[in-house]
Ligand binder design. Structure first.
Ligand code: IPM
Ligand code: MN
Length: 362
């Protein structure tokens, strides 16, 4: 059975990097004898402005029939009043993550050879960890409200949600992942010294589940300290498990220490396979450089490696897993050529990098 992929190129640089990602995917799949088909969907800020349509429940029902979703980036110009209040972020990205129960946001932080890190003295041996960001709860639920808006007595609240079910499935995923890695180390990142309700749920679940994974060494860092350690001693991390909001923040820091947003790949995973997972670069639509062949497509390309590995796992297709691993290897064969270059805007063009990865697939 061919894999059935939905493609949402989105806005700005989204379609350009997605095109390179799909070309690499085609090459890797072809070499592995994998067949697949792609169907494009227009969901984006551009589409919303043109038609008034964002993404509704019928669209979600349609997307559920696919094996995975390839997403470029969605979002328009920063101050466009037509997009105020995060309509696109909430209406497309978060709706997909929530409605498809993509409860893990998997974000590897790995410094590739040839890529510059702003951390003095750190090499690819020091920066190699994975963030398991919870992706369906926490401050992202949209619970809360505002009253007496615009008056001196305005009141706003925004609720942090931690369910035992949601926390537990995320922590279990992180332990399973840690178990597959050579170091087998898992750090919980939270802020339990202040967030003594939600933090307590996380902390107790972590401690209890740890008892089932005696082969995995565990640690705990407050999120502020984690930011410091990510900069001063990133080698202390192997796998991090973290709630949604803190995970959002520390994975931007993670992208920065591993060479920038152009490098950072991610998977929004529904590990149970009850709905498709979605793979996207961590970066946004970068409208300032759109259409100029300047965007670095590595993050989008690497996300295709994650896609093939995950879909291969869910569908029991070792050929897909292998093809996904091959993309990861090919990317790491290419990056040494970037040594001394500033990626993100100079040296190489988007399409050059795509071509280099395809050549490196061998
Ligand atoms: C990310 C982004 C999103 C998030 C935004 C665009 C809603 O920053 O994928 O990290 O906060 O999750
Ligand atoms: Mn983010």
């Amino acid at each position: 059975m061919p894999l059935n992929l939905a493609v949402i190129g989105g806005d700005g640089i989204g379609p350009e990097v997605t095109q390179q990602a799909l070309e690499v995917l085609a090459a890797a799949a072809g070499a592995a004898g994998l067949t697949y088909k792609t169907t494009e969907f227009p969901f984006s800020a551009t589409h919303f402005i043109a038609t008034g349509h964002i993404l509704d429940d019928d669209d979600i029902a349609e997307l559920k029939a696919y094996d995975a979703i390839v997403l470029g980036a969605v979002g328009g110009q920063p101050n466009d009043p037509r997009l105020a209040g995060g309509v696109i972020e909430k209406g497309i990205l978060l709706k997909l993550r929530f409605d498809l129960d993509q409860y893990i946001n998997l974000r590897p932080v790995k410094l590739y050879d040839g890529i510059d890190t702003p951390l003095k003295g750190k090499t690819s041996k020091d920066i190699d960890f994975v963030c398991v960001r919870e992706n369906t709860e926490d401050l992202y639920c949209g619970l809360g409200g505002i009253m007496r808006k615009g008056t001196p007595h305005e009141v706003a609240n925004q609720t942090m949600v931690a369910t035992r079910f949601g926390v537990e499935r995320c922590i279990r995923y992180a332990f399973e992942l840690a178990r597959t890695r050579p170091r087998k180390h898992l750090t919980l990142v939270h802020k339990t010294n202040v967030l003594n309700f939600a933090g307590d749920t996380w902390h107790r679940a972590f401690k209890e589940i740890a008892e089932e994974y005696t082969d995995v060494e565990t640690g705990y860092h407050h999120v502020d300290a984690c930011c410091m350690y990510m900069v001063s001693q990133p080698e202390c991390y192997d796998v991090i498990v973290v709630p949604n909001m803190f995970g959002d923040i520390i994975t931007d820091l993670g992208a920065a220490i591993a060479g920038g947003m152009g490098i950072a790949a991610s998977g929004n995973l529904n590990p149970d396979g009850t709905a498709p997972s979605m793979f996207e670069p961590v970066h946004g639509s970068a409208p300032d450089i759109a259409g100029q062949n300047l965007a670095n497509p590595i993050a989008a390309i690497d996300s295709m490696g994650l896609l093939l590995r995950e879909v291969g796992r869910i569908k029991g297709e070792p050929a897909a897993v292998k093809a996904g691993q091959n993309i990861g290897v090919a990317v790491q064969r290419v990056t040494p050529a970037f040594a001394g270059e500033k990626l993100d805007r100079s040296g190489y063009f988007t399409t050059d990098i795509g071509r280099m990865v395809i050549d490196a697939l061998g």
